[in-house]
Design a binder for this molecule. Structure first.
Ligand SMILES: [Zn+2]
Length: 320
């Protein structure tokens, strides 16, 4: 319950008092945690334990496994710009039926701002004659895209950006191998939006990974010139250089494992690892991994980044 704690607690109170609305409109910026909030609320509604959501009862177990029969999640199909009236037809199929397990059925509609006017008008039907046992959550990052009639009939819950300290602590848990500098950079750029912080962190991670793979191709393809000039264009800062070297070290370790016929890899897929393993000897790949780790330690110890990376390239050429 790290983010939007106040809103979650308020919802639990409402649930405990037995005065749930039939429809909630969860609004807030993209990545602020609307779906996380709606899932939490849905879990609490469907839980059959004492302190809801208890996390232990059969309902919570099914919920966690993504197989609770009374939870229905709708979202626009991939690349679709609109949620059409088909969604409402789908909902209609089950909403007036009794719940499968407990007292309620929960419907979550993601990207509610993408519901076209027709769909929203059809949706109003559920608000006007609310089925006793259903609770609807409509998520939207643009409240003004919803019809006033829809807004006025739902209970609005607004989610706000989170505190930087909370996001930083959460990212550190989620990405335990990330350098503090990198997490701090993501926190600075994410504007209080946890989802954005994750994207920023992962994006950087995937870029580093792509770089390490490109570098490895040059190593095994014996492209000496590329190895020496590789970092000129990259302009890594210290945190990035360290990430890159750790990634490269893991990649070389994968190749070594493939040579030893071990089948667990961290960076490479097994086919690629086996392919590289064919192109090198155990002695060479061990030297490559050791030299990379030495470069990491130098940069970690405040050595000049460009010099260290360039001499790594030169040394790797010599190992080949
Ligand atoms: Zn439970």
């Amino acid at each position: 319950m790290r983010f939007n704690r106040r809103e979650k607690e308020a919802f639990l109170k409402e649930l405990a008092s037995g005065r749930l609305s039939h429809a909630y409109i969860i609004e807030g910026a993209e990545g602020v945690g609307k779906f996380t909030f709606a899932s939490f609320a849905a879990n609490a509604i469907l839980c059959s334990g004492e302190r809801r959501p208890c996390g232990k009862c059969p309902d919570c177990v099914k919920f966690a496994a993504g197989s609770h029969p009374d939870l229905f999640v709708f979202a626009p199909e991939k690349d679709a710009s609109q949620l059409t009236v088909n969604v409402v037809r789908e909902i209609k199929k089950s909403i007036y039926l009794m719940p499968n397990e407990g007292a309620k059925k929960v419907y979550i509609i993601k990207d509610g701002q993408k519901m076209n006017v027709q769909a929203q008008n059809a949706m109003l039907k559920f608000f006007e004659e609310p089925p006793e046992s259903a609770v609807l959550f409509i998520l939207t990052d643009k409240r003004e895209a919803l019809l006033p009639t829809v807004i006025s009939r739902g209970q609005i819950i607004t989610l706000y950006p989170a505190a930087n300290g909370d996001i930083a602590a959460w990212l550190a848990e989620k990405f335990p191998r990330k350098a503090k500098e990198e997490i701090d950079a993501a926190v600075r750029m994410c504007e209080g939006i946890p989802g954005k912080a994750v994207t920023l962190t992962e994006k950087r991670f995937s870029q580093i990974r792509a770089d390490a793979e490109e570098y490895a191709r040059a190593v095994f393809g014996r492209e000496g010139f590329k190895l020496v000039s590789f970092f000129k264009l990259k302009r890594y800062d210290r945190a990035k250089a360290k990430d890159f070297l750790l990634m490269l070290f893991s990649l070389f370790s994968d190749v070594l494992r493939a040579k030893e016929r071990t089948q667990t890899f961290t960076v490479l897929d097994p086919v690629q690892a086996a392919e590289y393993a064919k192109q090198t000897t155990e002695r060479k790949i061990t030297s490559l991994a050791e030299r990379t780790l030495a470069a990491f330690e130098e940069i970690d110890g405040n050595a000049n980044i460009n010099l260290t990376l360039t001499s790594l390239g030169a040394d790797i050429c010599a190992i080949q």
